[in-house]
Design a protein around this ligand. Structure first.
Ligand code: GAF
Length: 395
């Protein structure tokens, strides 16, 4: 296993020390927000459906202090030499780009409330490029820091919206609200069951350890170049399918029978039918997993639902890649109760539900048979939070 997350206290001290070294004074505080892994409910969030993520123990930390010169100064421990220094008034979507676009996008959302500017040092251990939402974690840590430092009246849903709009409008990625909701709203020991249409949610207890199980996240080591364009294309196809069916959002369609009108004998109709079938069946899979967990069933029963979700993402939504299929197959062959790719697809990670005693064996099997370099046991962890105030950093 690899990538043990830093504990909160050590993480706060490290970020604070790095901030002091770079800016010559202690930060006013350190905030943290986690990455996520979605148990089930992929590509449902922009279709009005349900999702069921857990927060990772891995976080992005933001050490921050207010300025009085109107500038936003951004430094990342993970991107040495990639600093950005820009006047808050000059922020425009797309500039700065790269990693700095995510925190800049958040400040841009609330620019009228941060006239003096902000110094920010970012540190973290959410694996980047692995489909585990390191970018949403970064946005949410910064949104929380800005809210607290500037006394903004932002509730949890507002924080999610600020972070998501940073990604949509500033960075230009047309995502839904899954990742930012997970990072802000998740709680330790629970999966977050979120209805993305009306934004209601419940915390579903998820005690895998007590059942002798573990959730193993396996990084396939691949990120494909067309991930962004492929995601946008899938989103447009879902919108077109909904338009042809005369519904606002695909999750308005109650079952697969309600998709029949898409099958108009054309190749395009066949593609739209497959895309919509994934969304409708995936939404039903979320309901099934929540039902099992709520009923106190053996969590092993969730396994086949996860594997069915992978088949749907692979065959109907067509966002898997051979490397992810290989991880899923190797995990199942090594005894996993269920496995599937997670996140937007076209690369990134898969998740497998395994006996706790079999974690090493499954990790070895995916490394040998699927060439997957890194795997992590995920304990459902806490959402975004303030780690420290200056007095506690100096204690
Ligand atoms: C990415 C997006 F950012 C999410 O909004 C969601 O659509 C996910 O892909 C697929 O479920 O993580």
């Amino acid at each position: 296993m690899s990538g043990a997350p830093a504990g909160d206290e050590a993480a706060a001290r490290a970020a604070s020390a790095a901030f002091a070294e770079r800016f010559g004074a202690a930060p006013e505080g350190v905030w943290a927000a986690p990455g996520r892994v979605n148990v089930i409910g992929e590509h449902t969030d922009y279709n009005g459906g349900h999702v069921l993520p857990v927060a990772l123990p891995h976080t992005v930390r933001a050490a921050a202090a207010r300025r009085d010169d109107g500038r936003l100064v951004l430094v990342s421990a993970q991107h040495p030499g990639g600093d950005a220094d820009v006047a808050v008034a000059d922020l425009t979507p797309g500039t700065p780009g790269g990693w700095a676009g995510y925190p800049a996008g958040v400040v841009h959302q609330v620019r009228g409330s941060v006239p003096g500017g902000l110094s920010l040092l970012v540190d973290g251990d959410v694996p980047a490029g692995a489909g585990l939402s390191s970018s949403a974690a970064l946005e949410c840590a910064v949104a929380l820091a800005v809210r607290d430092l500037h006394g903004l009246d932002l509730g949890p849903d507002d924080l999610v919206d600020v972070a998501r709009r940073a990604e949509n409008d500033f960075v230009g990625a047309p995502t839904g609200i899954l990742d930012q909701s997970a990072s802000v709203l998740c709680t330790a020991g629970h999966a977050l069951h979120l209805d993305t249409r009306d934004r209601t949610w419940e915390q579903v207890p998820l005690d895998l350890e007590g059942a002798g199980l573990a959730l193993l996240v396996v990084d396939s080591g691949t990120t494909h170049d067309h991930a962004e364009s492929g995601y946008g294309e899938r989103r447009r196809q879902c919108e077109e399918a909904a338009r042809r069916l005369g519904v606002d959002l695909l999750c308005d369609v109650p079952d697969v029978a309600g998709l029949a009108a898409l099958d108009d004998g054309t190749d395009e109709g066949a593609v739209l039918l497959r895309r919509a079938r994934h969304v409708v069946t995936e939404d039903a899979r979320v309901a099934e997993v929540v039902r099992l967990l709520r009923a106190g069933a053996d969590p092993r029963e969730v396994g086949p639902v996860l594997t069915a979700g992978h088949a749907s993402l692979r065959d109907d939504f067509e966002v898997s890649v051979p490397e992810l299929d290989a991880v899923v197959e190797a995990a199942l062959a090594a005894g996993a109760y269920g496995a599937r790719m997670v996140g937007g697809g076209f690369g990134g990670s898969a998740v497998a539900l395994v006996d706790a005693a079999a974690v090493d064996a499954v990790g070895t099997a995916v490394a040998e048979h699927a060439g997957a370099p890194r795997s992590y046991v995920v304990v459902p962890s806490a959402g975004a939070r303030r780690l420290s105030r200056p007095d506690r950093l100096e204690a």
